[in-house]
Design a protein around this ligand. Sequence first.
Ligand code: MG
Length: 386
Amino acid sequence: MKKIVILGSSGSIGTQTLDIVAKLKDSICVKGLAVRSNLRVLKSQIRKFRPKAVSMDSFIDSNNLRKWCALNNLKTTVYSGNTGVKKLATMSAIDMVFISTVGAVGFESIVSAIEAKKNVAIANKEVFVMAGNYIMNLATEKGVLVLPVDSEHSAIFQCCTDEKKSNIKKIILTASGGPFYKYDEDFSKITVEQTLEHPIWKMGNKVTVDSATLMNKGLEAIEASALFGIPVDRIKILVHPQSIVHSMVEYIDGSVIAQLSNPDMRLPIQYALTYPARFQSGIKSLNLAEVGKLEFFEPNFDKFPCLKLSYFAAKKGFTMPAVMNAANETAVSAFLNKEIKFTDIAKIVDTTMRAHIISKISSLNAFVDADYWARQYSNRLIDKGI
Ligand code: MG
């Protein structure tokens, strides 16, 4: 029986993860759950999964939940805030911490889990962009597994089991292209509502906006570079509208290995949960004759400036990716609140990156400071009307 803790259990990935856990209840059990503020969802998860401990961000929410647990005769311990998340991430007798939080806030919990020698499954790409090499070095030092949850990274992971890193010539990261890949009207008029209608993947709001600007793919390129130890100039992006090929790895002998399936997040989530074992997943079997054609295009870096910014940040390294990520998080939330235009997202990220003075110290504090600085700076840009 694999015992797991899920951080961010009320979000899109978190709830799908619990659906899979419920199906695989003979092999996996949940010992801890953390959410930011969704009390309603957490209550129903407590009833269903009976975790040993849970945590919520606010002290007031946690207090209410504690009373509710007592009233309902539930023996779940309720924690709160950062200390609560840290308690869950380092709980004894846990085999894996599944991190499905969104944004750089997940950073400290990942570090705590790895330091406590827990294997981690990470769906949170922002943290990898912020400090991916730091996390991977720490994981190697502690001897823990870092399993990717994102569909592309799971694909790459599956394409390079048992292969030497030096055999990899390049990684080919596929992208659906998002809702605006073929859009040729004025990008500055794109609305929040248009953006949230992703053609293929059903995801949380932040990642859906990132998919529309293609920042998501840029973040994924940086994430892949850290996860697999391949420099970003050997990571190529290929637009593939059908989202059947989830990514590919090309080897030095010219062989290309790809992972294919119908697009369904349950597959990479389940593989991260059960690795190295495989179980039936219930997803629709792939019928390539039915799909008919698989198309591939070069991405358009001019139409989607966030791609350029990502490669620039990755090449600069050190604190620049953290700054790019933080400015993007700030800009995306301002766009979702209808404070800025779609095209302002890239502008804010670009302006913030230009103003950043790189710190060449690879420490936890350097990344946290860079993240904080970029949030302040980009928020000021938004307040000024850019
Ligand atoms: Mg992805």
